[in-house]
Design a protein around this ligand. Structure first.
Ligand code: NI
Length: 169
C-alpha cells in the first residue's frame, strides 16, 4: 500500500474527464487500496482517482467518524436526485479552502463495488454531498468552479503562492 501524491488546483490535469473501468483486476484493486490509504492519511472523507492523476471512474468515500465505513464507487452514476442544500465544502486538491456549494439534498446512485458487483445506494446528508463532489472530480470539475470568477481567481493565486513557498523552502 502507498500514499499517493494528490494533484492540486489549479493543475489542469484535474479537469480531465475519467474513463469507465472496463475490467476490475488486481491493479484496480491495488489502486483502490492506495486511494483509501491516501484519503485516511490526509485525512479526507472522499477521494476520486482523478485527484491522484489516474483518469478512471473510481471514487472512495468514508464519512464515518471512526474511518470504518469505506465505500467504493466504480463507474458510478447519479440516477435520481432531489432537493437542494448548501454546505461548506473542502477538497484535498484545494488545501486550506472551504466554500459554500449548492448540491442536491438526496441522490440515488448506481455503481459497481470493488468486486465488480452492481449496487444502488440512496444517500442524503454528508454522504450525498460527498458523492456529488467526488463524481464531479471524475468529470473534471473541482468544487471551486461553482464559485464566482472573483473567488476562483483568489483561490488560484492563493494556491499558486502556497506552491511557490513550498518549492522555495
Ligand atoms: Ni475533492
Amino acid at each position: 500500500m502507498a500514499v499517493l501524491p494528490i494533484l492540486r488546483f489549479p493543475d489542469p490535469k484535474l479537469h480531465t474527464k475519467a474513463a469507465p473501468v472496463l475490467v476490475i483486476d488486481d491493479s484496480i484493486r491495488q489502486l483502490i487500496h492506495d486511494m483509501a490509504q491516501t484519503m485516511y492519511q490526509k485525512p479526507g472523507i472522499g477521494l476520486a482517482a482523478t485527484q491522484v492523476d489516474v483518469h478512471k471512474r473510481i471514487a472512495v468515500i468514508d464519512v464515518s467518524e471512526d474511518h470504518n465505513d469505506l465505500r467504493v464507487f466504480i463507474n458510478a452514476e447519479i440516477i435520481e436526485k432531489s432537493g437542494e442544500c448548501e454546505n461548506e465544502e473542502g477538497c484535498l486538491s484545494v488545501p486550506g479552502v472551504t466554500e459554500k456549494v449548492k448540491r442536491a439534498e438526496w441522490v440515488k446512485v448506481r455503481a459497481l463495488n470493488e468486486k465488480g458487483e452492481p449496487f444502488e445506494l440512496e444517500a442524503d446528508g454528508l454522504l450525498a454531498i460527498c458523492i456529488q463532489h467526488e463524481l464531479d472530480h471524475l468529470d473534471g470539475k473541482v468544487f471551486v468552479q461553482y464559485l464566482s470568477r472573483l473567488k476562483q481567481n483568489r483561490i488560484r493565486s492563493k494556491l499558486l503562492k502556497q506552491r511557490e513557498e513550498e518549492t522555495s523552502a
